[in-house]
Design a protein around this ligand. Sequence first.
Ligand SMILES: C[S@@+](CC[C@H](N)C(=O)[O-])C[C@H]1O[C@@H](n2cnc3c(N)ncnc32)[C@H](O)[C@@H]1O
Length: 207
Amino acid sequence: MSMSQRLDAADALPGAAEVRARTYELLRLEPGSSVIDVGCGAGLAVSELSARGFRAVGVDVSPELVEEARRRSPEVDFLAGDACALPVDGGFAGYRADKVFHELAEPERALAEARRVLLPGGRIVLSGHDWDGLVIDSSYPALTREIVRARASEITAPRIARGFRRLLAGNGFLRGFGGRGRRVLRGRFVRSRVGGGGRSFGGDFLC
Ligand SMILES: C[S@@+](CC[C@H](N)C(=O)[O-])C[C@H]1O[C@@H](n2cnc3c(N)ncnc32)[C@H](O)[C@@H]1O
């Protein structure tokens, strides 16, 4: 199975469309504003954001996925590039990275790039699984736990999603402001997959 086929399968899971929609909502983009989707894979979120009237750009380190994204959505902007050295100048109101930061050895560098490309007051939304927190119903809980642990150990940063809020707050992102001018913490943790771990959002942080 190719990477784009694996991403398609993940996108077809129950709840996946709702989770994507929630990330768009958390970006709180004004009509027509610019948004960058980092680690965009085959480009589904970028084409959905574009269809909602935003100027969306997708960036991915994999030239094959960028090519596939361009094939699927030729009218949308896709660039090959690294999250830690984004191939854009800036001017974005929103930055989104879904299921990407667990692959990064130096997330702080990616966040420095996010700050560089975001406009003042721009909003960042990180989303991803906690690979060490997967809950699977099994008749062999001890073995299942070992399998989850072994799988997590192959991932660069398996537990990063549980710390998104701390990571963002520690890298110069301010928390969002509530309706009455009160500072609030609005990160989200939702269950998105049957038999899987939760999905953690670092959304509603401003730069
Ligand atoms: C699990 S996929 C998620 C793709 C897409 N965001 C989605 O939700 O379907 C992770 C993606 O991050 C990309 N990626 C990994 N490291 C990256 C980096 N350093 N810079 C940019 N993209 C990266 C991979 O090529 C892959 O497309």
